[in-house]
Design a protein around this ligand. Sequence first.
Ligand code: GLU
Length: 409
Amino acid sequence: MNALETVNRYVLEAAKTLKLDEALTRFLMTPDRQLRVEIPIIRDNGKLEVFIGYRIQHNDARGPFKGGLRYHPDVTDSEVCALASLMTWKTAIVDIPFGGAKGGIQVDTKQLSLLELERLTRRFTDVINPIIGPNIDIPAPDVATNEQTMAWIMDQYSRSHGYTPAVVTGKPVSLGGSEGRGAATGLGVAFCTREACRTFGIELKGARVAIQGFGKVGSHTAISLRDMGAKIVAISDVSGGRVNQQGIDLKEALELQAANGSIQGLHGGDSVSNADLLTTDCDVLIPAALEDVLTEKNAHAVKAKLIVEGANAPSTFEADEIFEKRGIHVVPDVLANAGGVTVSYFEWVQNLQQFRWELSEVNERLERRMVQAFEAVKAKAALHQTTLRRGAFLLGLERVADATKLRGF
Ligand code: GLU
């Protein structure tokens, strides 16, 4: 099953357990609005090129649509639909007043100059302008987009609406971004790992952690977990990875990444491919890159006792079934990586208040929210004697269905 089939299967299962009406279930599985756009830009060589982009708004029963914008050559409408749906459940699970959306542009950012990327982003902002806004839909960074991308969107949108920082989150701090937003997803993954270790009787101190992906999510997850006493034994990025049972030198990895945009050349241990990292010897596995990397082909070979999904939809439905049978615990994406959108919410609140919070306040609130969400998911799972993933979907669906019914159709 691909990511969309997988998420719809979880939604369907939860809807059945909750005995939701069939039409309501279908409504909750289908995006409210799907926009596919052509984005023409003039390349630096003077030639015209047209890119395909999407903004898919899945559900806004609990508040404005919310979700990232991804730049990747493999972006498809089906993938964006799946990711938009996941945002709906994620925002409900951490109980922030947003719905779910996702956007994407089919582009390899490495092939574009900075000026071309800026033109692409500004043009995309113009074409989605009518359907975004602080009370409508609030984009944010995702794979291969960053604070600079958000700054361009904010600026472009503000040209037609006046200064509107709350139209996007994940902005640079100097432009109304929140302290702590950059590290938030990774820190949230680390909080969930800590809570899961407590729950399942794994000693976090000295626990061997393997992390696939050393970008916005993976790098901050690694730092936060190391600070909590875990031992990071494997990391990787698109260039490949490194496994070292003595512990990865994170300082060197961060320096290499800052200097070259990649961890290539990291010393110590052995090199490992992105695929082999998933089945490397470790206690905790954290996929923090792309979707569908854990499948029925490699799920049997996973050695970790605990998987914490830093990425969105890294496990297929079949892989998840195998993990359940094998007694491997999984903290699902909709809970594990919700720290990012949680601090996005804090950023939006600060923008609306025109007031700034200090880093300590952001991180304290993030920790409280993540622990509360973890406890709520755990309680739901216990009540239904099921996995954390099913517990999470039950909690999310219940909240969204409730809001939908109360608002009326
Ligand atoms: N792209 C991130 C996610 O998948 C963050 C979304 C946001 O902050 O709106 O959760």
